[in-house]
Design a protein around this ligand. Structure first.
Ligand SMILES: C[S@@+](CC[C@H](N)C(=O)[O-])C[C@H]1O[C@@H](n2cnc3c(N)ncnc32)[C@H](O)[C@@H]1O
Ligand code: SF4
Length: 385
């Protein structure tokens, strides 16, 4: 059972550096050829944690997520110092989930035991593909063997781990994907994140795709790949609990549930987003994205926040729909009404239900169906209108 009773509070910490930039990635990640002053960055993280905790005091932290970028490039002592700063300024739940995102190279896997000693209790590995040709095409720095070895080390070091794969890659057929997925499931204990390759504007893949040099599966094949994903995972006891995330019952990533359930979280580090409830209002915060500019802001002002918007009722309700409908558990329309001040249009619910895009539970909960997930944006837009 997913815990829905307790007040959740997540802390997201963004480490913005990578060894090289993958050609499909538009995350806030940067490559630096000179050495990074990790100690100085770590102190800035601690400082921003202190300032944020002063704005949002008294919370009990139920999850921490060190994401990137490539946080597995950090020294275990730096991770320990960041976790200590969180523990100094907030109360930490006894069963806190502490996830670190890691790239599965052999060098990074040697740090796993150190991360565990520092307080990390879950890793999320960016495996991406289980064959070397695809890894090369994705511009990855590790081989499939190296990635599987890193998964094995993760299994020894942590009670909980997950890994990511990207599908709908160039030339990938549903049969090839079904085989790869079956192999992945054998290696995955409890959780897998399976993302359809998105061609993001501004990335090298975008240019190649536009020039016809990178052919991704057409819409019908992408749909079949999605269906294969659902079937193979469900058959092996890893049903989707979110549009791209699969887990055994009880093994869902608690930190990501904070986002999807519209709960509160602090965003620390360059380009991190937060949602903080201050004086009864929900604040959407975002920090400076450029790492060195963020560092200077934190050193000067104690924080790198450059956007701090109070969300109005409509914005809160729209965000609640957009995030909540990604989850298999769906949303309670009464919460939507409480947030926006108006109920979701019954007529629209009836039409989407007839089209097979959503279901309505006896208690009124709305859930998007497997047929509805591939057109989720349209479903959300319809319900929010
Ligand atoms: C921001 S990355 C950080 C993880 C880590 N740096 C790595 O690459 O292993 C998180 C995940 O997003 C996914 N991802 C990034 N860009 C993507 C894209 N364009 N399409 C699909 N998935 C993507 C990858 O699966 C990746 O593991
Ligand atoms: S996918 Fe991961 S390693 Fe590659 S550039 Fe993005 S954040 Fe860095």
């Amino acid at each position: 059972m997913i815990d829905t009773e307790r007040q959740a509070f997540g802390v997201y910490v963004h480490w913005p550096f990578c060894l090289s930039k993958c050609p499909y990635c538009d995350f806030n990640s940067h490559v630096r050829h000179a050495a990074i002053d990790e100690g100085r960055f770590t102190q800035a993280f601690a400082r921003e944690i202190e300032t944020t905790a002063a704005r949002a005091p008294g919370r009990e932290v139920t999850s921490i997520f060190l994401g990137g970028g490539t946080p597995s490039l950090m020294r275990p002592q730096s991770v320990g110092a960041i976790l200590d700063a969180i523990g100094k300024h907030w109360r930490i739940a006894r069963d806190v989930e502490v996830t670190l995102e890691a790239n599965p190279t052999s060098v990074e896997a040697t740090r796993f035991a150190g991360y565990r000693s520092a307080g990390v209790n879950r890793v999320s590995l960016g495996v991406q593909a289980l064959n070397d040709a695809s890894l090369k095409q994705l511009g990855r720095l590790h081989s499939a063997r190296e990635a599987l070895d890193a998964v094995a080390i993760a299994r020894q070091c942590f009670a909980r781990y997950s890994f990511d794969l990207i599908y709908a890659r160039p030339d990938q057929t549903p049969a090839m994907w079904a085989d790869e997925l079956a192999l992945a499931i054998k290696q995955a204990a409890e959780h897998l994140s399976l993302y359809q390759l998105t061609i993001e504007q501004g990335t090298p893949f975008f240019g190649l795709h536009a020039a016809g040099k990178l052919k991704t599966p057409d819409e019908a094949t992408a749909r079949t790949l999605y269906d294969v994903t659902q079937e193979v995972c469900a058959k092996h006891g890893l049903p989707a609990y979110e549009i791209s995330n699969h887990a055994r019952k009880g093994a869902e990533c608690r930190h990501n549930l904070v986002y999807w359930r519209g709960e509160e979280y602090a965003g620390i580090g360059p380009g991190a987003h937060g949602r903080l409830d201050i004086n009864g209002e929900r604040h959407a915060t975002a920090t400076e994205k450029r790492p060195e500019a963020w560092l200077m802001r934190v050193e000067a002002n104690g924080h790198g926040v450059i956007t701090d918007d109070v969300l109005n009722r409509e914005e809160r309700a729209d965000e609640f729909l957009l995030m909540g409908l990604r989850l298999a558990e769906g949303i309670d329309p009464r919460r939507y009404k409480a947030l926006s001040g108006r109920a979701i249009d019954e007529q629209r619910i009836a039409v989407l239900r007839e089209e097979g895009a959503i279901t309505v539970d006896p208690d009124g909960r709305l859930r998007v169906t497997q047929a509805g997930f591939p057109v989720l944006d349209a479903v959300v837009a319809d319900l929010a209108a």
